[in-house]
Design a protein around this ligand. Sequence first.
Ligand SMILES: Cc1cc2nc3c(=O)[nH]c(=O)nc-3n(C[C@H](O)[C@H](O)[C@H](O)COP(=O)(O)OP(=O)(O)OC[C@H]3O[C@@H](n4cnc5c(N)ncnc54)[C@H](O)[C@@H]3O)c2cc1C
Length: 417
Amino acid sequence: MRFSGLRVLAEGLTGNRGWRPHWRDPAPKPEYDIVIIGGGGHGLATAFYLAKEHGLTNIAVLEKGYLGGGNVGRNTTIVRANYGLPGNSEFYSHSLKLWEGMEQELNFNTMMSQRGIINLCHSDGQRDAFARRGNAMRNQGDDAELLDRAQVREMLPYLDYDNIRFPIYGGLLQRRGGTARHDAVAWGYARGADQRGVDLIQNCEVTGIDLEGGRVTGVQTSRGAIRAKKVGIVVAGRSGQVAALAGMRLPIESHVLQAFVSEGLKPCIDNVISFGMGHFYISQSDKGGLVFGGDLDFYASYAARGNLPMAEHVMEAAMTLMPVIGKARVLRSWGGIMDMSSDGSPIIDKTGVEGLYLNCGWCYGGFKAVPGSGFSFAHLIAQDRPHEPAAKFRLDRFTTGRGLMDEEGTGAQHNLH
Ligand SMILES: Cc1cc2nc3c(=O)[nH]c(=O)nc-3n(C[C@H](O)[C@H](O)[C@H](O)COP(=O)(O)OP(=O)(O)OC[C@H]3O[C@@H](n4cnc5c(N)ncnc54)[C@H](O)[C@@H]3O)c2cc1C
């Protein structure tokens, strides 16, 4: 089933009776060449690129709940490539390029909106750091513009520029950054993988990983044992638990991140804005809700909901940056479980077990990584060698100390990244 303007028109005129389910609901087979654990954005994109780029289709994606019910459906949908460190810089640059071609590649409307992201700065030191970051982005071939206070005021007149503690000095703008519809990204990759023959198996929790003589031979699941030559772990906040099934202890802690949405309003915020002092960020969804969030809750947890102190902090930051927001009512809030690595950068690598591959450590920035991560993880699994843009996301950097990528400069504490 392909989507086109003509098709939408024809279906509209004939009572929308011709649409078919986007993917099958197959029973698990006893054996696959490749099993991907986790039907989130990264797992589904991995399966799609394994099929599309490498011609491998005897694949199952095993999801313990429903497809896209994890963080991929809970995030604030920001897409950007504004990293400064080598390793991160080339990876996110590659990922953003994939975002730009995603709707055509998937034949699916993911509502990619390159509305621009502005990171505000509030001191001379922060402006210098943004200038350096902007130069790194341009060196990588991506766009970056350093805006002064007047330029920011012209774009975002509703912010408080003269706040006594956090005056706005300027901002770093990436026009190619923006937002996309998170569920649609999961659905688009799921549909694309299914069309190429991948089995997407929902309500199938992996409860064990079978090993023999130092290599993986399959998985135990709530729907029975499944043999596999290769297994990829892509379970975001559950990475520590699932890796433990193979006897591994990861440099990952799981933490809660909350987000909030207001009632629907007329269009008022055209871009994505991030507040450099209070760790607050905001954009407006296509339905009109103001979507915003802030920091982690700071304690390790597997509960996909947060607590009130962080909700209060986020509201305070919102009022400091943009007092007019006080007139809007909050509609709801939710949380997701973040796989926080100890240097704040991800892992896409082989493990010490032959045939077992690991993809995790996305912290709270893994939505924008979905296409790049899927592409690179598929390359690693298919070819047993790293894909160049993700080659620095090695697991052994946490034992050797070489190649750590601490983008925020906050040290080795997971919850500070
Ligand atoms: C509130 C919030 C805001 C965010 N905002 C942004 C943002 O603006 N921009 C950005 O880039 N990132 C953002 N993120 C981060 C981003 O959402 C995540 O980094 C990313 O979605 C993680 O990858 P995923 O999509 O594969 O994870 P998930 O969707 O969580 O997928 C993992 C899947 O694995 C499944 N699973 C777990 N254990 C098992 C098992 N044993 N067997 C089978 N399946 C299993 C889970 O059910 C889940 O569906 C945000 C996250 C949250 C929570």
